[in-house]
Design a protein around this ligand. Structure first.
Ligand SMILES: Cc1cc2nc3c(=O)[nH]c(=O)nc-3n(C[C@H](O)[C@H](O)[C@H](O)COP(=O)(O)OP(=O)(O)OC[C@H]3O[C@@H](n4cnc5c(N)ncnc54)[C@H](O)[C@@H]3O)c2cc1C
Length: 290
């Protein structure tokens, strides 16, 4: 195991201070620590010389309306998202996902920014955020000033644990357009021990239901490939359709085509594919009933 020693511990109070620290290089960011700590303990990762705890940056915890958008600060915890009235009213799929996340102890520490930056193909909060067509905000210090760029979440992940985030960028928020009043979103996941294990597979489906027709459909899958992914064929099978038996069966078939499951110690390819079909059908039936 590679040895590492923390030479400096910093806990900035402002985003600007944090990005200046990042610009100096060789920094490990810690938010809730629920991914980082086990990775360090198991020797899968080493600390950089500077450890930067971002939990004291109050500004990053806010959940707010920003024009037509809803903005969730990267430090919002899974428990805070679950209990937030704004999120309940406009993006209940996030509350639904948050309720099925780990244990209360973990939900109180785990942040949405950490879930996204850890970039696990099974990261739960990523799935409803893909359904909501979210973007992430990345801030960095450049030429004496702070600059911010936005990246669509479906362009953010490049592989397991890998993203387009530069080492000197801080994920400050996740932003999505406030869904229409017709929007309905549903999430379902499985795990060998419900809520205390990383999901075997997860499915998120959302769109607008108007006069029985499902439109602006977005489908996302977790833990079926190297990154969380959007189900383009499933979306096409559902777009502008009335959700009758035949349409739902076509969507189930498309979902199994979209998902390219991998065999691992948690589940076989056959089982994942089976679950993708079962969950897709179940979620579409829920959409019909709402
Ligand atoms: C017992 C247990 C159960 C779990 N169950 C689930 C589950 O059901 N579903 C699930 O999805 N996950 C689960 N997890 C994983 C973990 O809790 C989540 O991924 C959590 O959201 C990570 O957030 P954090 O704030 O703790 O991240 P941290 O561990 O602090 O950070 C994770 C990574 O992101 C980086 N990072 C954090 N914040 C930022 C930022 N703002 N900008 C840039 N980089 C950043 C860190 O450097 C690190 O690489 C579980 C973990 C444990 C220990």
């Amino acid at each position: 195991m590679e040895m590492s020693e923390i030479e400096k511990y910093v806990a900035p109070l402002a985003v600007q201070e944090a990005v200046r620290i990042l610009a100096a290089g060789a920094v490990t960011i810690v938010a809730g620590g629920t991914d980082l700590t086990p990775q360090i303990n198991e020797g899968r990762r080493v600390y950089a010389p500077t450890l930067m705890n971002i939990r004291r940056i109050d500004q990053l915890s806010r959940i707010s309306v920003d024009g037509d958008n809803i903005r969730i600060g990267s430090l919002a915890t899974v428990a805070e998202i679950r209990d937030n009235e704004l999120i309940k009213d406009h993006a209940a799929i996030l509350c639904q996902t948050a309720s099925h996340f780990a244990s209360e102890q973990i939900r109180n520490a785990a942040t949405v920014g950490g879930n996204i930056c850890n970039a696990s193909p099974a990261g739960d909060m990523i799935i409803p955020l893909l359904v909501l067509r979210a973007e992430v905000e990345l801030a960095r210090w450049q030429d004496g000033a702070m600059t911010v760029r936005r990246v669509a979440l479906d362009q953010f992940f490049t592989g397991p644990g890998k993203t387009v985030r530069r080492d000197d960028e801080l994920l400050t928020a996740v932003v999505f357009k406030r869904p229409s009043a017709d929007f309905i979103g549903q999430f379902r996941k499985s795990g060998p021990r419900p809520a205390l294990e990383i999901s075997t597979v997860s499915v998120g489906i959302g769109g607008d239901i108007k006069a029985g027709r499902f439109s602006n459909v977005r489908v996302a899958f977790g833990a079926v490939g190297p990154t969380p992914l959007c189900g383009k064929q499933t979306e096409a099978a559902l777009e502008a359709k009335i959700l009758d038996h035949d349409v739902i069966q076509a969507a189930v078939h498309a979902a199994q085509q979209d998902a390219s499951p991998i065999d691992d110690i948690r589940a076989t390819e056959w089982y994942r594919n089976h679950l993708i079909g079962v969950f897709t059908e179940e979620l579409l039936n829920n959409v019909c009933q709402n």
